[in-house]
Design a protein around this ligand. Structure first.
Ligand code: 5GP
Ligand code: MG
Length: 195
């Protein structure tokens, strides 16, 4: 839009180019995993909603260009509500849209934080009959872990700040930003008072 101000944009933590380079490398690493390599017919990619949809879209396209045309399902999980701090309990809003029974599931999430979401999802997918579950996250806030959970593949280690963009929101906004950014305190305060 002509004359639109960009001064309110979140500051850049991981730029677009760095993310796309890392996604291409991750796709290659994941396709070489012995649980996936040679078993492409059995692979089901499960994208955690909402935040992982952009990560999943880019990773799926990188897989497809390397011959990995996998089935794709979506699992809707929630731990944050509308705030910037996890509520501590994970709720499943919707089961996987594709039955994981008999599949090698590649579970994708945006951020590994306390670890509760990943722990919950892996247990659920195994209970649903996945033969193997492999996990990949774009960001790992390693210092914030509260339960034993580790992703098999990590895009970037992330500092302990609240991030938005590249699918991740604050109160449902900022998901469309093409980079991972940090929201300043005034934007959070403005959202709270409805400015
Ligand atoms: P965990 O269950 O590991 O504590 O939290 C993981 C989930 O919390 C992620 O799937 C993500 O949706 C959300 N989350 C954690 N940190 C952030 C953050 O900095 N920004 C946003 N937008 N979501 C986050
Ligand atoms: Mg999430």
């Amino acid at each position: 839009m002509a004359g639109a101000s960009v001064s309110g944009l979140p500051s850049i933590l991981f730029p677009t180019r760095q993310i796309s380079d890392r996604i291409e490398a991750m796709a290659e690493e994941i396709l070489r995993d012995p649980r996936i390599d040679g078993k492409f017919e059995q692979v089901l990619v499960v994208c955690a909603l909402n935040g992982a949809f952009v990560f999943a879209a880019d990773l799926l396209r990188a897989f497809a260009m390397r011959g990995g045309n996998f089935k794709v399902g979506f699992l809707k999980l929630s731990s944050y509500g509308e705030g910037t701090v996890s509520t501590g309990t994970v709720t499943m809003k919707q089961e996987s849209t594709v039955d994981p029974a008999g599949s090698v599931v590649l579970f994708l999430d945006d951020i590994l934080d306390s670890g509760r979401t990943l722990q919950f999802a892996l247990k659920h997918l195994r209970e649903q009959g996945a033969t193997d579950v492999v996990s990949a996250v774009l960001l790992d806030k390693a210092e914030r872990r509260e339960v034993a959970a580790q992703a098999d593949f990590v895009g970037f280690t992330c500092p302990d700040v609240f991030v938005v963009g590249y699918g991740m929101d604050y109160a449902e906004r900022y998901r469309g930003l093409p980079y991972v950014g940090i929201l300043d305190e005034s934007a959070i305060a403005a959202e709270k008072v409805g400015i």
